[in-house]
Design a protein around this ligand. Sequence first.
Ligand code: ATP
Ligand code: MG
Length: 360
Amino acid sequence: MAKIILTGDRPTGRLHLGHYVGSLRRRVELQDSGEFDKIFIMIADAQALTDNFDNPGKIRDNIIEVALDYLSAGLDPEKVNIFIQSEVTELTELTFYYMNLVTLSRLERNPTVKSEIQLRNFETSIPVGFLNYPISQASDITAFKATTVPVGEDQLPMLEQAREIVRKFNATYGEVLVEPDALLPDNSVCSRLPGTDGKAKMSKSLGNCIYLSDTSEEVSKKVMSMFTDPNHLKVSDPGSLEGNTVFTYLDAFCRDEHFEKYCPDYKNLQEMKDHYQRGGLGDVKVKRLLINVLEDELAPIRARRTEYMKDIKGVYDILRKGTEEAQKAAAETLKEVKEAMKINYFEDPSLLEAWEKKYN
Ligand code: ATP
Ligand code: MG
């Protein structure tokens, strides 16, 4: 069976470190591994509209930001198809049919949707489109017969919903769809990177992000004001790693060679952690290391962004071409789906024959 990737992001803002460690960095490795037959990367504008329907300008503006973030993070348009979700109308059509296969109570039980409803104060009046977005996400995945979906942990309930829809569809209409697997980061810290405020998830909606396109001054400022151990008042005090976001970020980004380069007092992160816990290591020194480590990762991304920004027409063309390719692939699946559902009236010559036989 072909190995196919589908994944994406909502154009509700520029991409941040959570996206990077949760999925984006992995996508670049996978694209370069040569193991995949096709890779589709979706800018999920239609999904973003489910909770931003009254602010379409924000979604429109951020499409180019997300595209620039993709390219600057190293996604290569020769190897991946970057496309805009709403332009592939087959996805909406699939959603319409999949809606029959899912109950309302099943959607209401989805833990990610539940917490997002709370976050957006939708408790008293949930837009139907928002509640429905896990179904639309199942369409996105299955339209490309994706086998692999690299995502952060918050997306696991969406993947489960997609798998259920595939099983129900195939059992009802015949084997057409492919069950996808989630691909989580190997490092559990990266599955759900906390925000700079220490909150459970770095998220555009929470405003606690370090963006891939932040300047080095912005990154330094954000790291310097980051949450550590509130009881670690004097350098000599023993410090705690529990909920200490600076160390969590080091867990996500730091490698042994960074110590040789920026902090030769320690061989590796464990030695630094031990010293912090014993007492005698100040937060500023740890934060300085983190700034250097992040700078190592972000400087090349920032530089590539500057180059792509000089050729926005080129980026636009990449989106157009990627969207055309995606549309072709989704149309093939939709054709099979309609055939299996027996709603391919004008493509099935035996139908006319059967009708004629009935009445003539
Ligand atoms: P929004 O607040 O608009 O939902 P978001 O910051 O949650 O935005 P999404 O576009 O919903 O970002 O997520 C895109 C991808 O990035 C998903 O695969 C998601 O799992 C991953 N992701 C987002 N935030 C994090 C995070 N903090 N840690 C790890 N992965 C993340
Ligand atoms: Mg999200």
